[in-house]
Design a protein around this ligand. Structure first.
Ligand SMILES: C[S@@+](CC[C@H](N)C(=O)[O-])C[C@H]1O[C@@H](n2cnc3c(N)ncnc32)[C@H](O)[C@@H]1O
Length: 241
């Protein structure tokens, strides 16, 4: 199942999505750390650490962070597991990997979620932060997650999803559709980064509901699958192999 339908005019068919994403993420990589900080009111690091603690990440665990970007989620994981040799970042954008390596001295692998070049059953924990909408096929990606995890291992997928109330949805839409792309242009001076933020909104608007993600995790072989929503917009999918 696709996380959202094809988003023309950004790209014309499913097969073009990953090439399109490589380019937009490469073009914006140098700005991503900044946007992730001020765009989320400096809360992102603490939120990621809290989510990991709430969902059982412990010192000494071996973790793979998929769609690692500049490494924000992987660095939060490192602060808990305690040793960079326990952390692997999987990320398809070369630009993002370059930025991540400036801040994080761990293994980096250039690959997509649907095809992770790691051996079976070698990780205690798998995370994915704010990137679910970018995969081509949810079930295919989740099957890979299940494969690389040890039996009993945990997958934690963090995402932002639209709130339910009418007023909250209006505020959410105003921020992500209008204000964030505008502020991104003002603060970074980059058209590419502004474009990425505007594209983000479209993916949020068209993303499949939480229940479909939960169904796909179960279909991929996970058990104890849950979707927990914090503050109306932060969705955490937790699943056990
Ligand atoms: C919004 S960034 C998230 C970065 C980081 N996880 C965080 O928490 O800030 C989304 C990342 O997903 C990556 N991505 C895009 N398509 C992907 C795919 N098919 N598999 C894995 N990662 C993908 C992008 O290159 C980008 O670095």
């Amino acid at each position: 199942m696709e996380p959202h339908p094809v988003l023309a005019p950004h790209y014309q068919q499913k097969e073009d999505k990953q090439g399109f994403l490589r380019k937009v993420f490469d073009d914006s990589a140098q700005f991503y750390e900044g946007i992730a900080k001020w765009g989320w009111f400096n809360s992102g690091d603490r939120y990621r650490k809290d989510a990991f603690r709430r969902h059982g990440l412990r010192p000494g665990m071996r973790i793979v962070d998929v769609a690692a970007g500049t490494g924000i989620t992987a660095r939060a994981a490192l602060s808990i597991v305690g040793d960079p040799s326990l952390v692997t970042c999987v990320e398809p954008s070369a630009g993002m990997i370059t930025e991540s390596k400036k801040l994080l001295n761990c293994e980096h692998i250039q690959a997509e979620a649907e095809n992770i070049p790691l051996p079976d059953a070698t990780r205690d924990y798998l995370s994915m932060g704010f990137a679910l909408r970018h995969v081509n096929d949810l079930e295919k990606a989740f099957s890979e997650y299940c494969r690389v995890l040890k039996p009993g291992g945990t997958a934690l997928i963090m995402d932002v999803t639209a709130p339910e109330g009418r007023f909250s949805f209006w505020m959410f839409r105003f921020y992500f559709k209008t204000l964030l792309p505008f502020l991104t242009r003002v603060f970074t001076g980059s058209k590419a980064a502004e474009y990425l933020m505007a594209y983000y909104w479209e993916t949020m608007e068209k993303m499949v509901p939480n229940e479909k993600v939960v169904d796909s995790l179960r279909a991929a072989g996970f058990s104890e699958v849950k979707a927990i929503v914090h503050l109306g917009i932060f969705t955490e999918y937790i699943a056990r192999k």
